[in-house]
Ligand binder design. Structure first.
Ligand code: NAD
Length: 351
C-alpha cells in the first residue's frame, strides 16, 4: 500500500508518517511546503527509510499535485496540510483561506483526475481522507457533545476554513463519486507539537520560569486526545471507514484550560523542582476574540462501527508529553524564540 500524507512534517502528520512507515509497513510519500509549523527533524527516523519519500511541494500548486499523483500512483491520500493555529487566523485569515480551502480544492482535483483514470480493480479501493477538527461544529454549552450530525457553526477564520474544506470534500464525493473519508477530531497534544499551542507552550515556559499566559479565567473546556491515539484512529478509518462517511474522534478527556496548566505545573515541579511552585507563574490575560466556550466529542460512532477508542488517559498522555519535551531539548531549542514565549500568540487552547 502506498499513501500520500500531506502536512507530514507537522505535528500530527509526523506522528502518522512514523506510525505508517515504522509500524504498519506502508510506503509513504510525505508532501509538505515546510511552513513555520513544519520540522523535518520530526521525520528523522524515516528520512532515509526505503519506504519513505519526502516531497517539498505546496498543495495549492495544482500542477505539482497532478504530477505527484501520476508519478507516485498512490492507493490513498491522507490530507493534513493546513494552517492550524486559531490566533494566527484571527491576525491574518488569508493564508487560512488559501491553504485550507483553495489548497484542499487543488488536491481534490488532482486526486479526482488521477482516480478517474485508475483501472476498475484499483478505483474502488482508493481513498481521499480529509483530517479535520471538532471546531467546525462551533461552541457547546455546559452539556452535550458534538455528533457527526451536529450542524456546522464555525466561529473563527480557522474553523470556517476547515468547515469549507469539509464541504468541498463532501461535494467531491457526492458529485464525482470520489471515495472520500472525513474525520473531525478534538484537540491533540503530544511530542513534536509546535510551541505556540497551549500544552507545549506551558511546558516550555514553565521550564524556563517564564509567565504562563492563560486566556480569560481559563474556564474554556477542550477535549484532549494524545496524538498517537489520533494517528491510530486515522489508520483505522482509512482501512475500515465507509466512503462518503464522517467519523468524530476524541479523547473523552474534557479539561478546563486552567486545569491543564495546573497539571503541567505539577508534573514539572515533580521532575525539576524550583524554589517557587510553577503555578505562581500563571498570568490571566485578555480573552481571545470569539473564544469558543466548550468542545466535546461524542465518539460512540467510531467505537461502534470501527472498534476504535483512545488508549491513553489524559494523565498518561500528559506525562509522556512532558517527558518528551524534557528529553528532546534539541528539537525545540532551535525553534523557540521570544516570539513563541509571550503574550498573544501561544495562548491558544489547541488548534
Ligand atoms: P501543524 O500546523 O503542526 O502542521 C501543518 C503542516 O502542514 C506543516 O508541516 C506545514 O508545513 C504544512 N503545510 C501548511 N500549508 C501547506 C501547504 N500550502 N502545502 C503543503 N504543506 C503545507 O498542524 P497539526 O496540528 O499537525 O494539524 C494537522 C491537521 O489536523 C490540520 O489539518 C488540522 O486542521 C487538523 N487538526 C488538528 C488538531 C490539533 O489539535 N492540532 C485537531 C484536529 C484536527
Amino acid at each position: 500500500m502506498k499513501v500520500i500524507v500531506t502536512g507530514g512534517a507537522g505535528f500530527i502528520g509526523s506522528a502518522l508518517v512514523l506510525k505508517l512507515v515504522l509500524e504498519e509497513g506502508v510506503d509513504v510519500v510525505t508532501v509538505d511546503s515546510l511552513t513555520y509549523a513544519a520540522n523535518l527533524s520530526s521525520l528523522a527516523p524515516v528520512m532515509n527509510h526505503p519506504r519513505h519519500l519526502f516531497v517539498h511541494a505546496d498543495i495549492r500548486d495544482g500542477e505539482a499535485m497532478a504530477d505527484l499523483f501520476e508519478a507516485e500512483m498512490p492507493d490513498a491520500v491522507i490530507h493534513l496540510a493546513a494552517e492550524s493555529h486559531v490566533d494566527r487566523s484571527i491576525d491574518g485569515p488569508k493564508a487560512f483561506v488559501d491553504t485550507n480551502i483553495v489548497g484542499t480544492s487543488c488536491l481534490l482535483e488532482a486526486a479526482r483526475h488521477y482516480w478517474s483514470g485508475l483501472p476498475a480493480s484499483r478505483k474502488g479501493a482508493f481513498r481521499f481522507h480529509h483530517v479535520s477538527t471538532d471546531e467546525v461544529y462551533g461552541s457547546l454549552g455546559p452539556d452535550g457533545a458534538f455528533r457527526e450530525t451536529t450542524p456546522y457553526a464555525p466561529n473563527s477564520p480557522y474553523s470556517a476554513s476547515k468547515a469549507a474544506a469539509d464541504h468541498l470534500v463532501r461535494a467531491w464525493h457526492h458529485t464525482y463519486g470520489l471515495p472520500t473519508l472525513i474525520t473531525n477530531c478534538s484537540n491533540n497534544y503530544g511530542p513534536r507539537q509546535f510551541p505556540e499551542k497551549l500544552i507545549p507552550l506551558m511546558v516550555l515556559n514553565g521550564l524556563e520560569g517564564k509567565p504562563l499566559p492563560v486566556y480569560g479565567k481559563g474556564e474554556n473546556v477542550r477535549d484532549w486526545l494524545f496524538v498517537e491515539d489520533h494517528a491510530d484512529a486515522l489508520w483505522q478509518v482509512l482501512n475500515k471507514g465507509q466512503p462518503g462517511e464522517v467519523y468524530n474522534i476524541g479523547g473523552e478527556a474534557e479539561r478546563t484550560n486552567i486545569d491543564v496548566v495546573r497539571e503541567i505545573c505539577e508534573l514539572l515541579d515533580q521532575s525539576i523542582p524550583t524554589a517557587r511552585p510553577r503555578r505562581e507563574l500563571i498570568a490571566f490575560v485578555a480573552d481571545r476574540p470569539g473564544h469558543d466556550a466548550r468542545y466535546a466529542m461524542d465518539i460512540s460512532r467510531i467505537g461502534a462501527k470501527l472498534g476504535w477508542s483512545p488508549r491513553h488517559s489524559f494523565e498518561e498522555g500528559l506525562e509522556k508529553t512532558v517527558t518528551w519535551y524534557l528529553d528532546n531539548r534539541d528539537w525545540w531549542k532551535s525553534i523557540r524564540s521570544g516570539r513563541y514565549s509571550g503574550a498573544r500568540l501561544g495562548l491558544s487552547a489547541g488548534t
